[in-house]
Design a protein around this ligand. Structure first.
Ligand code: FES
Ligand code: FES
Length: 154
């Protein structure tokens, strides 16, 4: 066990954990942040995505010790002061979620995409979102929501 300091959604936390524990487990079980979901546990679905230094990262395969001190943002940190982020609002406006299980990863991957490319084409959206899986097949609505959010964020 070791003391590890994490910066999550602008707050600093110190946890006493096994350093190889996946970041996802610490976020959900120790910090009570349930935005990131456990899907495959193998880095293959994207349900557990968080942002680390602005990059979309799969927290189920990332040892907590490797992200010590880095700025981590979960879905809970996307809104500010009670106001939804334009991506979250676009997801509501386009009625994207079906079961909702994957949507944490979809929104955070979209955030990383739009931060790098504020006005992506359909092909760029498909490429940027590839590998973030949705068993409910909400991909077309996700694409529409990303375009809607891009307009608001422009
Ligand atoms: S749960 Fe992490 S990629 Fe599937
Ligand atoms: S909304 Fe059900 S898995 Fe994506």
């Amino acid at each position: 066990m070791a003391n590890i300091t994490l910066k999550v959604n602008g707050k600093t936390h110190t946890v006493d954990v096994e350093p190889s524990t996946p970041l996802l487990y610490i976020l959900r079980n120790d910090l009570d942040l349930h935005g990131p979901h456990f899907g495959c546990g193998l880095g293959q679905c994207g349900a557990c995505t968080v942002l680390i230094k602005g990059e979309a990262v799969r927290s189920c395969t990332r040892p907590v010790s490797s992200v010590q001190g880095a700025e981590i943002t979960t879905l809970e940190g996307l809104s500010s002061g009670g106001t939804l982020h334009p991506i979250q609002q676009a997801w509501i406006d386009e009625q994207v979620p079906q079961c909702g299980y994957c949507q944490n990863g979809q929104m955070l991957t979209a955030k990383a995409l739009l931060d790098k490319n504020p006005n992506p084409t359909d092909a760029e959206i498909r490429q940027g979102m590839a590998g973030t899986l949705c068993r409910c097949m909400t991909y077309y609505r996700i694409q529409a929501a990303i375009k809607r959010a891009a307009k608001v964020m422009a």
